[in-house]
Design a protein around this ligand. Structure first.
Ligand SMILES: Nc1ncnc2c1ncn2[C@@H]1O[C@H](COP(=O)(O)OP(=O)(O)O)[C@@H](O)[C@H]1O
Ligand SMILES: [Mg+2]
Length: 244
């Protein structure tokens, strides 16, 4: 399965000037999998996403998104993925529907309201009254729903999320987690970088701890009910931060 991983990062190294942030990162995420990449502030989580997006050119190692190297073919790689940054950039004066329509046009994707846009807004649970409201007044959670609706409408195989639950209250976090399960169940490979342990435990299929520029430990979800041991993880995570 992992041979065909949608996200495939091997021995990735990256420095900003003299500071080496990634030191041999190995990371693979398969279709239909949610991978939570945990790590303290400055661990290199966003840098990892930048490499997948082709925003940085790694010093060494290999990065592939659906078999495409984002450093050499950034447009092709970005066509395979949807990126939801910590604060979702939308056109505030446009409505939810219009935003999705506009970004689909930019991506040169099909943008029929009845068959593409409205089903996507419905799938993410954006309330009907909000579809034709300007997004300027939307909460973070609602803006994320619009961004994920766009990802679903584009049918991209890869979803990258940077700190998606920071600033969400616990019920909005759970709602967000259910939302990305919708994408996972459609076969999307999801990489969520976060320091929200609770959210990771709730939704991830695998959790990786990024420390010292590499995955220090990787955990696989157990059976439903006892997926991850939150207390053990918390001790592990805070311990990792002290030593890191
Ligand atoms: N463009 C940049 N130039 C120089 N240093 C950077 C740049 N981006 C990030 N860094 C540094 O690299 C380290 C990792 O950053 P980042 O990947 O944003 O961490 P995280 O997302 O895990 O908090 C931090 O020390 C940060 O200050
Ligand atoms: Mg970050």
């Amino acid at each position: 399965m992992m041979r065909d991983a949608a996200i495939d990062v091997r021995a990735l190294r990256h420095s900003y000037g003299q500071r080496e942030v990634l030191r041999g990162l190995d990371l693979r995420v398969a279709a239909g999998e949610i991978y939570a990449l945990l790590g303290g502030n400055g661990a290199g989580k966003s840098t990892t996403l930048s490499a997948l997006l082709g925003f940085i050119r790694p010093g060494s190692g290999s990065v592939q998104v659906c078999g495409i190297d984002p450093a050499t073919a950034p447009q092709d790689a970005r066509a395979q993925l949807a990126y939801v940054p910590e604060s979702v950039a939308l056109y505030d004066h446009l409505t939810a529907r219009e935003n999705v329509e506009y970004f689909l046009a930019l991506a040169r994707a099909a943008r029929d309201r009845g068959t593409v846009i409205d089903p996507a807004l419905d799938a993410v649970g954006l309330p009907g009254h909000a579809w034709d409201a300007r997004v300027g007044g939307f909460s973070k959670g609602m803006r994320q729903k619009v961004a994920i609706a766009l990802a679903l409408a584009r049918h991209v195989p890869v979803l990258l999320l940077d700190e998606p639950t920071s600033g969400l209250d616990p019920s909005a976090t759970l709602e967000f987690n259910r939302l990305i399960e919708t994408a996972r169940d459609r076969g999307v490979a999801i990489l969520m970088v976060t320091h929200d342990l609770l959210s990771a435990v709730d939704v991830a299929d695998r959790i990786g701890f990024l420390s010292e520029g590499r995955i220090e430990e990787e955990l696989v979800a157990g059976a439903a009910g006892a997926r991850f041991d939150l207390n053990a993880l918390h001790a592990r995570y805070t311990g990792a931060k002290v030593s890191g």
